[in-house]
Write a protein that binds this ligand. Structure first.
Ligand code: ZN
Length: 343
């Protein structure tokens, strides 16, 4: 962060306290003719699962923090469905916010949906059709689990990744903080590798961590019945591909299949049109023009990325930005929202 960035962040609590942010947000949205921020969440953890321990950010957000964030947003913003975020400003002229969840974890329905319903906030749940109702586990959850439960005090990352010719890079696993840092680094490296090699990396990681037989159950995902319940409660289900691969790393026919087969699966099982899509991983390097074109051709009305920014009537419907809020509340959230809205 440069000096002016540092000063802006340091002044954030003061600007939040004196209400400067609220006025600036309203001005930014009025100038754009409407819009607001789309939030992206993954897991929301029940308070009982968070007690007495520090929850790593990769694991999820405690329910109390999630609720505090929604209450903070409701003071300044109007909640809308994600697909309506780009509509021109309505009579209230308040900035809008929309809530979305990626990946389809069961806690979305058990923990998050009741909070959303109580506060009257709509939400879209983007699910991976090849994982719905299965015991499958996303590779990042498996990698995190293995590293956090490793029976060794370090791993050699090149050996795990199967890369050669580089100097051995040892990741120390002596403390929980070191394990978290190692897991994050590993997940970043796996993500940037070819999707077809992930299974092999996980096998090598199991061996490196000394966790060969493992009887823990995977983190539960929602079933088709759960999705139907959410639909009945008025929530939207969106598509997040069949296998959760980075679309820019796939061949042309695979991109089309991941985007359109997910829509067909969800529509067949849920009996309704699926209009929203979220790109897996969602950064600029994870979806290229082929992916955006596939989303348009498949008939989605909206495509959501993970590129930070403000969604306005001028935003491309197939590349709507989203932001992730920091867990510190409320000033850090105000800073994150401000980064998106005012640049
Ligand atoms: Zn995802």
């Amino acid at each position: 962060m440069n000096v002016s960035g540092f000063l802006r962040k340091a002044a954030s609590p003061v600007r939040y306290a004196i209400g400067a942010y609220g006025r600036e947000w309203a001005r930014a949205v009025a100038a754009a003719g409407g819009g607001g921020v789309v939030l992206c969440y993954h897991r929301i953890l029940a308070e009982a699962d968070c007690e007495g321990r520090r929850v790593p950010p990769e694991e999820g957000l405690p329910a109390s923090v999630f609720e505090a964030q929604l209450r903070f947003l409701l003071r300044h913003f109007e909640p809308v469905e994600a697909a309506r975020i780009r509509e021109p400003a309505g009579a209230s002229r308040r900035p809008r916010f929309a809530v979305t969840f990626d990946d389809g974890y069961a806690d979305n329905r058990l923990v998050a949906a009741p909070i959303l319903a109580r506060l009257g906030v709509p939400a879209t749940f983007f699910v991976v059709s090849g994982y719905v109702g299965t015991q499958r586990q996303f590779w990042w959850d498996r990698a995190m689990h293995l590293v956090m439960n490793a029976r060794v005090d370090h791993i050699e990352i090149e050996r795990v990744l199967g890369t050669t010719g580089t100097a051995p890079d040892r990741l120390s696993l002596r403390t929980p903080a070191e394990r978290e840092a190692a897991a994050s680094r590993l997940c970043r490296d796996i993500r940037h590798g070819p999707p077809g090699e992930i299974a092999g990396v996980l096998i090598r990681l199991e061996q490196a961590c000394g966790v060969v037989t493992d009887h823990t159950s995977p983190i539960p995902l929602m079933t088709w019945e759960h999705l139907r319940e959410l639909v009945a409660q008025g929530f939207e289900i969106g598509a997040h591909t069949v296998e959760h691969h980075s679309l820019s790393r796939l061949a042309d026919d695979e991109v089309l299949r991941e985007v359109s087969a997910c829509k067909a699966d969800l529509e067949g099982k849920l009996g309704r049109a699926i209009r929203s899509f979220a790109y897996p991983y969602g950064s600029e390097e994870d979806f290229d023009d082929r992916a955006v074109e596939a989303v348009r051709r498949a008939g989605y009305a909206a495509g959501f990325s993970f590129v930070k920014g403000f969604a306005s009537p001028r935003s491309d419907a197939a590349r709507i930005p989203r932001i992730c809020l920091h867990r510190a509340w409320p000033a850090a959230n105000a800073y994150a929202v401000h980064g998106a809205l005012a640049g």
